[in-house]
Design a protein around this ligand. Structure first.
Ligand code: FES
Length: 105
């Protein structure tokens, strides 16, 4: 059974906003891109860059690693530009009673 992690009320993460949550020893970036909520592991697969500190590209729903600039698709966790080439983990998002929740395991 996956565990459910409550992030915050939907109203606290408007479009364009992002935040970091911690669960166990994992750090997870949570993003609102044009009203859709996405959650990915906050550690670039290239050299551990803190993805949530990067620029959110809202037109493509991608986050730009602040360390060397790889773009990661928030929906899939896959990098779309080098130097990263390995995907990062993504987490299912559930909106329950206007609260953002993540399924983690
Ligand atoms: S650490 Fe992210 S691109 Fe290098």
């Amino acid at each position: 059974m996956p565990e459910t992690l409550t992030v915050c009320p939907l109203s606290e993460l408007p479009p364009g906003a992002k935040r970091l949550v911690e669960w166990d020893d994992l750090e997870i970036g949570v993003f609102n891109c044009n009203g859709a909520i996405y959650a990915i592991e906050d550690r670039c697969s290239h050299d551990d860059g803190p993805l949530v500190e990067g620029v959110l590209h809202e037109e493509s729903c991608a986050i730009e690693c602040p360390r060397h600039g790889s773009l990661f698709d928030l929906k899939t966790g896959k990098p779309t530009t080098l130097p990263a080439y390995v995907p990062v983990d993504t987490f299912p998002v559930v909106i329950d009673d206007n609260m953002i929740k993540l399924e983690v395991d």
